[in-house]
Every structure is written in C-alpha cells, then in structure tokens.
Design a protein around this ligand. Sequence first.
Ligand code: SAM
Length: 400
Amino acid sequence: MRGVVDTGDMEVDTGDMEYAHGDDYEGLVSNRGESSRRVEASAGKPVLSNQGALAVSAASAVPVIPADSTTSAASAPDLAPAPADVQDDATPIQSRDGEVAAGIPVPHGCVVLAATPIGNTGDASLRLIALLQQADIVAAEDTRRLYDLARRLGVHVNGRVVANHDHNEREKADALLDEVEGGATVLLVSDAGMPTINDPGLAIVRRAIERGLPVTCAPGPSAVLDALALAGLPTDRFCYEGFVPRKTSDRARRLRSLRNERRTIVFYETPHRIAETMDSLLEAFGPDRRMALCRELTKDYEQVRRGTIGQIRQGVIDDPPRGEIVLVLAGASAEDVNEASPEVLTAEQLARLAQERAQSEGVRIKDAIAEVVKEHPLPDGSFPNRKEVYQASLSLRDGA
Ligand code: SAM
C-alpha cells in the first residue's frame, strides 16, 4: 500500500505571532507554537499522531505519521537547543514492519543518498523507509542516530550498518563501492537532511563517478530550501554559503565579498555564534538589508523572524534564538551594488584620496591611508595593500 499524505483534513493551529517591533516591522515572526495537528482517521488515509512512530494500524491499515515527534521539553523555545533528532520515547503502534513502504522499488548495484527528517519524523519519505529496510548496507554519519530514526519510524534496518562520517568517508568509499559493483544497494544517510549538504556524502559520490558506478538520490528535507521558501525573499536566484567562518576577520572578509551578490543568500548558523554573525552582517551590509532568521524548522517551535538586519539583530539581543538556525539574506539591489563598490582603485588613486583627506581633516597620512583602504575593499572582500598605497603616496609626494 502506498500512503499519500493528504493535508486536506489537517487542522493546524499556528499559534500566536510572538514578536513585535513596531509598525514598520512587516511580517515579523510566525511561530507555529504548540501546533496541534490532527487528521481524522479514515480508511486509506494517513493519520498524524503525536506518538512518534510511523506505523501501520493493524485494524485499518492506515499509516500513522508522527506530527512533530521530535519535540520534547528540550525543544521548547529558549529553554535549550533542540538538535534535529531529539527523540521521544513513544513506541511504534502496532508496527507491521515493511508494510508501509511495500512496493517501493529499491535499486540494486547502486549508491543511494537519502534525505532524513530535519526535525519532524513525519517528513520521512516512503522511499527512505523502503531503503532503510531493504538496503544491503547502510552507511550512516552516526549509527546511533540511524537506529533512533528507524525506531521512530517503526522500521527494521535489515542490512549491514557502517559508520561513515567526515573523518573516514574517503577511506570507506572504495570498499562500499566494491559492494555496489557486486550488486549491493548502499544507502547513505547523514544525521539530518540531505547528505553532502554540510554533511558527509560527497566523497562517495565523487569516487562513484570516477569509477563509473551508479549513484542516485532519494531527496527530501533540507534546511536550505525550507528556509528559503519561508523567508519571503526572492527564490528565483539564490546561493548557499553554508556556515560563515568562525574567526571574526575571516567572517568579515567573507561577508564583504558578498556585498555585491545579487542572489538571495542562505547561511547556516548556530545559536552560540548568532550574535557575532549578526554584528558582522550589520557591518558588511548595513542595517537596512532585508533578511529572515528561521529556527527549529519543521518542529513544534518553528519560528521565522523577518525584518531588516538591524531589526533581526536587535531581536537576537532581546530574545536570543535557540535551536537550529538558518539565515536568509536578500541579495544586493542595483543601488547597493553601485554604492558598495563603484570601482577598484589603483594604489595611486587611493594614495591621492588619502592625501586629500589628511590635508582636509588634519590627520596623519598613515591614518588617512588606513581609512581609505577600509572604505575600498576589493571584490574578494580583502583590502588593498596599505604598504603599496603608502609607497604610492611617497612617490606622489617626492614627484610633486
Ligand atoms: N544536511 C543538512 C541539511 O540538508 O539541511 C544540514 C546539516 S548541517 C551539519 C546542520 C545545520 O543545518 C544546522 O546548524 C542548521 O543551521 C541547519 N538546520 C538543520 N536542521 C534545521 C532545522 N530543523 N531548523 C533550522 N536549521 C536547521
């Protein structure tokens, strides 16, 4: 039986707007709060329950899909960070392993990358379930998390399970691909979301391509697209920047290099670095660029804060966000691009500007050069070489 989620009967209580910064703060925060999702059970229709396990009701053969089953006290807002895979202890209801995904074909002699839920077990696809049950080998970023997911889904992982994480994935790739060559189905999953997106998986994909072996994907949840879709910013062109660098100077440089990016930009972030990142965003893009801070996506306490950089930064100070975070930043407007970098100036041009400033403001030439250089970052976000500008300034002075 193939279950199809029909949301027609679903009642979703989206909770109250949680945030308000004044009249000009559009959209603000949408918070699902303690969403109560209920779907009337009817023959052949899926049921959303809070039981935390995907199972098949023996009586009605209705698949039971957990709603926000990852939510626990630990994922309540501002109590504690909630990893994507916070578990509940519910046991599957009358699970009949395999039935829900029966008839879903699983390819043989192939690597299959499969996306796993980023917080809501109900987002697991039938293909993921079939693969978990039928793959000959499951290569998992963390094997305990894999078994936890299987438990929540009420499925049994029948194949051999191997750990495949950032530190060993290159070494493991060839042995796994030897199995593929022998006809095995090798399933690759990460802790949450899409493998290879800030998660292991790329090494085996690359090696499979080199060896001419088939690789396919059972797509599904990924925080990038979820946040992009919810942010309300343009989606026709976007880029994904992953996590910004931790070191302040590297982060500032990376962000400066994005000043003229016209596409919507998606970043991943963590609660303990969000304040610093908001400071760096303010410095690089100014207070008025629009953005969204999306947290705890697909979970009960999902929240999207929309506003300008200045507003979101203030919100982060007043009400520090917990849990998992994605930041979505509007791309540069044509106006921003003109303002941000009119042109790349030569050392001599910068030296002239510095001399004019030193004279008009009565500051030392070295200080004037430092200021002028900072105001004219290069397209990659780095600054022009101050020594070169200083030399150019000496040559101008000596030649004058
Ligand atoms: N492979 C994953 C994917 O496809 O989204 C990303 C893994 S990366 C190691 C983890 C980061 O993804 C988190 O720090 C957060 O920025 C983002 N993330 C994952 N789940 C999320 C969620 N439920 N809500 C918001 N952000 C999430």
